[in-house]
Design a protein around this ligand. Structure first.
Ligand code: ADP
Length: 583
């Protein structure tokens, strides 16, 4: 025996079951109240009262401690049969085969029609006249011709009950399906999960065979989920959505925002299209929108020639509305989380930066102060070498200090989007040599030069480009052991519009793959925080990339952890300033 989907919902099922004893009690009460009028005999009245009492007792027993909720469907059916027997007995007691008590058969008939599905829905409608005939016919004169009439009437009542229950079930299923889409969108679900639930809802409310959801982001098309097609085709669609002809089908829907229907899909996409080969004959695509903007489409496919009827279209439109809300808010939630995450990270780096800055500025300042104090108190006792060493230290430390302050100022200017380049002629061979010397002076590290035989000349902001390359060379020195080589290679610029390439190569600690992009972020330091060994603000690379891009060039890095890094500056030979480049 089967129950319908209406009662798969636990709550509805429980409510429905509880009404069975309620109606049984009411029926019994009616018999008890009307007993004095139903018969002239006192015995008859007592018998009716006894029957009513029996019915109330059974109803009470069944509903006691929610037992009715736990009854199997077979048991419910047997109870309804027992109810029919009690009614037949009541009719018999009245002594009138056509007693109005016979109307009470409507209660079990309707219950069965509503509560059960399949042929069982009509079982009581058939059983009631038989039970009536079998029991009442034993004692009273029953006109045999009445029974077919009763049977037809009961079948009619059962059919009405079944139709009402069917509509209710469908509405409930549609509602549950719609609800499931929205419910799924809370939390942080994946598009694939939401799309899957959306398709299930669509297929359940429209009764089509296959479905898919297409989501767009700019030019990109994604198919997060499909249903009702072979796993191979499903994989093709979800992994390589653009190659699937779904893209062709949904483009007009996404562009125009209307529904597209293909009653004969083969006519539109050709008989060799994978969907057609899989047996999908008709297809409909409906737009999925979020806040008025189309963000994708819902596709449903049928294995027979079909068009959406009004009811299916209405329901699918509602699924699309919920799906749009779910997908849109999930994506907004993801974006917000990402922004919040980025802000948190930036904040953390700024905190680190503030802690860093005092240390970085104080160290050279303290050294300068110490050397100046030594010079003032004991300059006359120092020999020429010691003096030269001290002046050298003063020079190096104040250079470092002004470099740090320069970085901070440049960063502020870049941040405001006000970087201006002072473009002038550059002799790259000369410049590269000079930059190498600067770094050797600052860090005591040799820089191996590799220059093209012919001089490379061009235009650019020599000061900014020096900052870039000197910064890269200083980093190379900072992040590689002293005994390893630092290389500076100049190449390119063979033709007038060529690109000049400057590569800074070290054989140091290298950079992990997941850090390669992030080292260009402001304040980002791979070993930032308390574990940091090398100095710096974490601004150098961000500024370097900014200056290179202001020249219309690129700054990239390749690195193998433990083996070293290569930073590559590429700028057009005759760079023109790119005005107001945001920081
Ligand atoms: P900093 O002033 O801290 O050096 P940068 O912006 O110049 O700031 O560099 C950011 C981070 O990138 C550095 O802190 C370091 O972790 C990493 N990095 C930069 N250059 C190299 C390199 N040549 N080898 C290894 N790590 C490097």
């Amino acid at each position: 025996m089967t129950t319908g989907a209406l009662f798969e919902d636990r709550h509805t099922d429980a409510r429905m079951r509880q009404t069975i004893p309620q109606f049984a009690r009411l029926g019994a009460l009616t018999v008890a109240v009307t007993a004095p009028f139903a018969t002239d005999s006192t015995r008859g009245r007592l018998a009716l009262a006894g029957l009513a009492l029996a019915a109330v007792a059974i109803a009470q027993l069944v509903s006691w401690r929610n037992r009715v909720d736990r009854l199997s469907h077979d048991a419910v059916f047997v109870l309804l049969l027992a109810y029919c027997v009690l009614i037949a007995l009541a009719v018999t007691v009245t002594g009138d085969a056509n007693s109005p008590y016979g109307l009470l058969y409507v209660i079990p008939t309707v219950f069965t029609a509503v509560f059960f599905t399949g042929w069982v829905r009509y079982a009581i409608a058939v059983a009631a006249p038989l039970i009536n005939y079998a029991i009442v016919g034993q004692f009273l004169d029953v006109a045999p011709g009445d029974q077919p009439i009763r049977l037809c009437l009961f079948l009619l009542v059962a059919h009405f009950g079944a139709a009402v229950a069917g509509t209710l079930r469908e509405a409930l299923r549609a509602n549950t399906a719609l609800h499931s889409v929205l419910e799924a969108s809370t939390g942080n679900p994946l598009d694939a999960d939401l799309a899957g639930i959306g398709i299930d809802a669509a297929l359940s409310v429209a009764g089509w065979d296959a479905g898919g959801v297409v989501v767009t982001e700019g030019d990109r098309i994604a198919i997060p989920a499909v249903r009702g097609i072979s796993p191979e085709l499903a994989r093709l669609y979800t992994e390589r959505p653009l190659e699937s002809a779904a893209a062709v089908i949904v483009r007009p829907v996404i562009g125009g925002g209307g529904t597209a229907e293909f009653e004969d899909l083969a006519e539109f996409v050709g008989a060799d299209h994978p969907l057609v080969v899989e047996g999908i004959v008709s297809l409909a695509a409906l737009p999925v929108a979020y806040h008025g903007a189309v963000i994708g489409a819902l596709l449903v496919g049928h294995r027979q020639h079909r068009r959406l009827d009004d009811r299916e279209r209405d329901r699918l439109v509602r699924v699309c509305e919920q799906l749009g809300l779910a997908l849109g808010s999930a994506s907004a939630y993801r974006q917000e989380t990402e922004v919040a995450e980025n802000l948190r990270e930036l904040n953390r780096r700024k905190d680190e930066f503030l802690a860093n800055i005092s240390h970085e500025l104080r160290t050279p300042a303290a050294t300068i102060k110490l050397v100046a104090a030594t010079l003032r108190s004991s300059a006359d006792r120092l020999d020429a070498d010691q003096l030269a060493e001290m002046y050298g230290t003063l020079e190096r430390r104040s250079d470092h200090l002004s470099e740090l302050i320069g970085d901070l100022l440049d960063e502020a200017v870049a941040d405001a989007g006000e970087t201006r380049l002072a473009i002038g002629p550059i002799d790259w061979n000369d410049a590269v040599r000079r930059w190498a010397e600067i770094v050797t002076l600052q860090t005591d590290r040799e820089v191996t030069l590799s220059l093209p035989p012919k001089p490379v000349t061009g235009a650019g902001d020599a000061v900014k480009l020096e900052r870039v390359v000197v910064n890269l060379l200083s980093n190379a020195a900072k992040f590689s052991p002293p005994e390893t080589a630092i290389e500076l290679r100049l190449s390119g610029g063979a033709n007038p519009d060529g690109i000049v390439e400057v590569a800074v190569v070290d054989h140091g600690i290298g950079i992990a793959a997941d850090q390669l992009d992030r080292i260009f972020d402001r304040f980002h330091q791979v070993d930032g925080g308390s574990t940091r060994v090398a100095g710096g603000f974490g601004l150098g690379l961000s500024l370097a990339r900014h200056f290179v891009e202001a020249h219309g060039g690129t700054l990239t890095v390749e690195s193998v952890p433990g083996e070293g890094s290569t930073f590559l500056v590429r700028v057009p030979r005759s760079a023109a300033s790119v005005p107001r480049l945001a920081g």
